[in-house]
Design a protein around this ligand. Sequence first.
Ligand code: DOR
Length: 450
Amino acid sequence: MKLLLTGGRLVDPATRHDGVADVLVDDGRVVEVGPGLEAAGAEVVDCDGLVACPGLVDLHVHLREPGREDAETIETGSRAAALGGYTAVCPMPNTDPVADNAGVVEMVAARGREVGLVDVFPVGAVTLGQRGVELAELGAMARSAARVDCFSDDGLPIREARLLRLALEYTRAFDAVIADHAEDASLTDGAQMHEGEVSAMLGLAGWPAAAEEMVVARDLLLAQLTGGRLHLCHVSTGGAVELVRAAKARGVRVTAEAAPHHFTLTDEAARSYDPVFKVNPPLREKADVEAVRQGLADGTLDAIATDHAPHAREDKEVEWAAAPPGMLGLQTALALSLTELVGQADPERSVQTGAGGDTRPGHLGLPTAIERLTAGPARCRRLPGHGGPVAPGAPANLAVFDPVAAWTVDRAKLASRARNTPFHGRQLRGRVVHTLLRGSFTVRDGQAQR
Ligand code: DOR
């Protein structure tokens, strides 16, 4: 199928392109980029007033298959991703069974291909069963048909420094990344939310910022010691951002991500006792939100990753203490980034942040925000064909969105099988119009094509 996307503002961080350009797509690839293109026989897709960019890349999702298909499946999660503008997602291995061997990661990748709505790049577990006792067969997963290039025990930290050291050393041989969920479990045992004034008021056991920062510091030292590639999942505290900034300055091989809920919501949300606001790491304080935004603005944090964590209703809609942590993210990440970080539609407008407290938009320019959703995450891993460039010969993995269209998040209308979005009822700006995976519409005019 030959397509000509005309008149859109093309923002491509990989080539630093930002300006109106047409994009000609043929046989799954970008053929030509430039102003006023003509192409006989091509279907014209009018993108006037819209932004075109590389398809979004999510380094951190939970698709729950195998094992909890009642909460999400690779199919429903892929559909939510495509509707969110994504063309690539990286599901975490905390499934049942755990993705700690070639068989499971191959199954996840194959199911992703079968569904065909986004490219699914599974993350393998670092330790067998994510039990933190012995390394999983990292090499076998790397050599498998799934070609795993990133390992994590996400949901849980790698408790033992010795095992993290081994994993960082071993994976140097095939240039893979170890992504850690930084949490000192001895300080968070029984924790229900961020430790601070609000937890003290509510009488809920706290998860101190230090429990994240200690492990981030340890991980950075081990990355330095081994020369291995470290990635830090869902950085949520100002202290952790500062540690990453300092480590990058001294040349440590580290990349880091932040989740939209950590740059939009604070621990004030817990006052509602609504477990939809329970997440791990927890919602922090206003100063942390500002530090995460600053980290994204100056590139200390390379990527916005959703940590999309669907939970079945009967699990999540219970009293706070019994609810599992986690929030949906795939269909709101772009609009939250545009509304809360860019705010370019109307910089004077004060953004309503609802239960999460009040934070300022305007920290990132549009090209920078797009970089953190596309080329930034792609750089943290090997994800062939994703994150741009939008240039002749490259696979046509693209998102097209309206940067100013306002919409209201309605949990009942999300494609995810779960309903646990903390942004229900929130008005956001920025709406995905089309998503293209290798030149085929996965989403067209806001509708998933499968
Ligand atoms: O909130 C979270 N939910 N944090 C995690 O680390 C795991 C995730 C999940 O799997 O639900």
